[in-house]
Design a protein around this ligand. Structure first.
Ligand code: NAI
Length: 328
């Protein structure tokens, strides 16, 4: 029998946590033959609710779930972690400036990065979901000098999935016919969903759509502002689709992309496509054997270049701001 994989989830008592934990425990994160042990990390005020969720997890009698432990100390929460999903974060509240937001999150992600550095397993893989996800991932990574930098990733898979869904609806294609879509840049309103290299049933997606105005004025803003549209409609933020994207991100990272396809992940830049080295930006990536590689050699047209540059400029500003705050 296989040794269980330790999965640490922060913000376990939150909305996304509630939509995420049952899917991890059912085998959807790593595979239907991989036993897991859950380590839930919360703040003291969230401990009781996390215990309630753990009771429900017990009540599912999931065959693959080999244990649940709950912590409010990051050092204990990340002990032996093979996969860490950093979901808990400090949201932007009314009147909060960007600097306040970044320092509040620095207070969470810096100690968590240090705890990962000191206590996680050697093969640790980290996905940051909590916003601002890219820069929170950068803060955690900087606090973990002994962990290879590429193990710190940020989630843009929800944006990726949203873009596939919008493109399918526009063209009447099935979502499974859409390949090679890319989210570039920051998980924020400046992100750039790129269909110029995407394919719909083997045909170039931009040629199938053949409507640059729709791209600029409808598709891109719809994908970028989808989170706000969900809040408006549901009266609560997109938790189930975010949890689904987190499952997809880790599952693809661990189990590989399909031949001829790629996915989008926020990862430390190696300088590809003119994105400054070190910032955590979304790229097209293929994955295999638990490792990812940036897809190289794509032609970037003017339309795309301007939008990638704008989102990357925002990431550089965020990096400079957290540097000034002494967070990296
Ligand atoms: P939520 O407010 O329902 O839950 C957050 C949980 O985190 C709370 O239970 C809180 O007690 C906990 N928490 C706060 N600080 C913590 C710490 N230091 N350690 C451990 N736990 C801590 O929020 P929700 O809806 O679950 O969203 C979580 C985050 O995910 C937010 O930052 C949200 O903006 C982000 N998000 C990111 C998306 C993406 O595509 N990257 C998509 C949707 C949401």
């Amino acid at each position: 029998t296989r040794t269980p994989v330790n999965v640490t989830v922060t913000g376990a008592a939150g909305q996304i946590g509630y939509a995420l934990l049952f899917r991890i425990a059912s085998g959807q994160l790593l595979g239907a033959d991989v036993p897991v042990k859950l380590r839930l990390l919360e703040i003291p005020q969230g401990m009781k609710a996390a215990e309630g969720t753990a009771m429900e997890l017990d009540d599912c009698a999931f065959p693959l779930l080999k244990g649940i432990d709950i912590f409010d100390d990051p050092n204990a929460g990340f002990e032996g972690a093979n996969v860490a999903l950093l979901v808990g974060a400090r949201p932007r509240t009314k009147g909060m400036e960007r600097g306040d937001l970044l320092s509040a999150n620095g207070g969470i992600f810096k100690p968590q990065g240090k705890a990962i550095n000191d206590h996680a397993a050697d093969d640790i893989k980290v996905l940051v979901v909590g916003n601002p996800a890219n820069t929170n991932a950068l803060i955690a990574q900087a606090a973990a000098p002994d962990v290879p930098a590429e193990r710190f990733t940020a989630m843009t898979r929800l944006d990726h999935n949203r873009a596939i869904s919008q493109l399918a609806a526009k063209t009447g294609a099935d979502v499974t016919d859409i390949k090679r879509l890319t989210i570039w840049g920051n998980h924020s309103a400046t992100q750039y969903p790129d269909i110029f290299h995407a394919e719909i049933a083997g045909k170039n997606a931009a040629e199938v759509v053949n409507d640059e105005l729709w791209l600029a004025d409808t598709f891109i803003p719809t994908v970028a502002k989808r989170g706000a549209a969900i809040i408006e409609a549901r009266g609560a933020s997109s938790a189930a689709s975010a949890a689904n994207a987190a499952i997809d991100h880790v599952h693809t990272w661990v189990n590989g992309t399909a031949a001829g396809d790629w996915t989008s992940m926020g990862i430390p830049s190696d300088g590809s496509y003119g994105v400054p080295e070190g910032i955590i930006s979304s790229f097209p990536v293929t994955t295999k054997d638990g490792k990812y590689e940036i897809v190289q050699g794509l032609d970037i047209n003017e339309f795309s270049r301007a939008r990638i540059d704008a989102s990357v400029a925002e990431l550089v500003e965020e990096r400079d701001a957290v540097r000034e705050l002494g967070l990296i």
